[in-house]
Design a protein around this ligand. Structure first.
Ligand SMILES: C[S@@+](CC[C@H](N)C(=O)[O-])C[C@H]1O[C@@H](n2cnc3c(N)ncnc32)[C@H](O)[C@@H]1O
Length: 473
């Protein structure tokens, strides 16, 4: 075990105020606010993902000033002409005003992309945006499975908080040391992790799977003064030889020859060494591509409550069994599938596959004996190295176990709709409504999102925040 405190090789930024400034940490993540259950069956009260668009109109940030500004200009100009008294004839004055209105309308059409924001050189997003073949970017149209929690609780933060967070985070993200983080987190998940860590204000943050250190850097931006423990087979400093990487000065690395898997760490001892005894003030972040059921059981056994899983893969995709996959059950809207080729779902999926790289059709979804759960009936683990075929009964029991320990399940929505980000990978039909919805070009620009390269929006895989506790007997 190494407790080396390496020097930071990168930028470090202090952002000490939070989207709100919660005084008490982790409990505040919860509220008894309920959103509408999505269950198609009559099951006990459950929590659905936070509705992210409900509060949009009331935010001052959201008022689309680009339009009101133009209106002001017009009024100013007409007032100015009449005040100058340059035009004596009312007819002439009216014609001039009319001409001016026409001119403003024309320039509005030319300049405002908020009506239709479609890339002129990206045929895929273009076609999908315009709804060719009925393939518009209709979020959630194929259902968005989610995990039911014990008491129907959900998170405390709202869409307004997320928007404020985005506004703060974009300039932070622009200073990231690893500009091209291929195989690591892109913008959406970096924002999600930063937002969650900043909101919860943990005493210590644990990450499993650091790669070059981008996620360590994100955690550091969220909590400048709190220690981090990073478990990752290859030390991020190794990457420094080849290019940008981030090594944190207040991080204990279990890496290289000192690497220990999360499930084998004596967490009581390690956290005691850090002066931590309250496990409810710890945030654990997993980006290690391990079976999430396995990680969940390990985290529960150790006594952790707050978990974030970076890659919450949809059914039929990914290299490990995920929460989203586990909770994909018939009693959840969008959950449970049929391998019947002549079904509506099969038809829709095969169309969508042509437009979205990560969309899967029924052939990919279904394995031997029409097994659709997990990935073709398999529970995958460790970057696809382990593939265990499981029965539907086992899969169902896994979801019941998850439900028995779950206090909160919250999937991060995509930062913005595909007509704005031009992402071409995840299928909106299986994703929650984005924070900045399609068509809100003014807001997208005002938040600074338009300054980011398109590629950073291509890595969305439904990052999830969980709060867990031991099953109630
Ligand atoms: C997708 S990368 C992590 C990306 C990183 N979080 C980021 O945002 O840039 C997955 C990492 O998990 C590491 N890994 C593999 N097995 C692991 C394990 N058992 N425990 C922790 N990390 C593991 C890999 O070496 C790799 O660095």
């Amino acid at each position: 075990m190494s407790t080396r405190h390496s020097q930071s090789h990168s930028h470090s930024h202090s952002h000490s105020h939070s989207p709100k400034t919660p005084t008490k940490m982790l409990d505040r993540a919860l509220s008894s606010r309920r959103t509408q259950p999505h269950s198609d069956f009559d099951f006990p009260a459950t929590a659905a993902p936070t509705a992210v668009s409900s509060d949009l109109e009331s935010s001052s940030l959201l008022a689309d000033e680009s339009k009101t500004k133009k209106q002001h200009l017009y009024l100013l100009a007409t007032n100015y002409i009449s005040r100058l008294g340059l035009v004596k004839s009312p007819c002439l004055c009216l014609s001039l005003c009319l001409l001016f209105v026409l001119f403003m309308l024309f320039s509005l059409m030319l300049n405002s992309r908020s009506f239709v924001c479609v890339s002129s050189y990206d045929p895929i997003s273009r076609a999908s945006f315009f709804g060719l073949d009925g393939l518009d970017s209709d979020f959630g149209s194929l259902g968005v499975p989610w995990c039911r929690s014990k008491h129907g609780k959900t998170v405390e933060w709202t869409s307004k908080d997320l928007i404020k967070g985005l506004e703060e985070f974009v300039p932070v993200y622009e200073t990231r040391p690893i500009k091209n983080n291929m195989y690591g987190m892109g913008f959406d998940h970096s924002f999600g992790l930063w937002f969650i860590a900043r909101w919860l204000k943990p005493d210590i943050m644990i990450e499993s799977g650091a790669f070059k250190g981008h996620s360590t850097w994100v955690l550091r931006q969220a909590m400048p003064d709190r220690p981090i423990i990073s478990l990752t087979p290859r030390h991020p400093e190794k990457y420094l030889k080849k290019g940008p990487a981030y090594v944190d000065g207040n991080c204990t690395y279990f890496a290289g020859k000192d690497f220990v898997d999360f499930g084998s760490v004596d967490w009581d001892r390690v956290l005691k060494n850090h002066g931590i005894s309250d496990f409810s003030r710890v945030l654990v972040f997993f980006d290690d591509h391990q079976n999430e059921l396995k990680r969940l059981k390990q985290a529960l056994k150790a006594g952790f409550h707050h978990l974030v899983f970076e890659d919450n893969y949809d059914t039929g995709t990914g290299d490990h069994y995920s929460l989203r996959q586990i909770c994909d059950q018939f009693y959840i809207r969008g959950g449970g599938h049929s391998c019947f080729r002549d079904s509506d779902e099969a038809r829709i999926r095969s169309k969508r596959k042509k437009f979205w790289e990560k969309a899967v059709d029924i052939d990919e979804l279904c394995g031997p004996h029409e097994a659709w759960w997990g990935v073709s009936g398999e529970m995958r683990d460790n970057f696809n190295h382990n593939k265990t075929a499981i029965s539907y009964g086992e899969h169902f029991q896994n979801s019941r176990f998850v439900e028995s320990i779950l206090d909160v399940y919250w999937e991060l929505p995509p930062a913005a709709g595909p007509s704005l980000t031009h992402q071409t990978r995840y299928d909106p039909a299986r994703a929650p409504t984005p924070i900045v919805e399609d068509g809100r070009y003014g807001l997208f620009q005002r938040l600074g999102l338009g300054r980011l390269e398109r590629s950073v929006f291509n890595g969305y895989t439904q990052m999830v925040y969980l709060r867990i506790s031991k099953p109630e007997s």
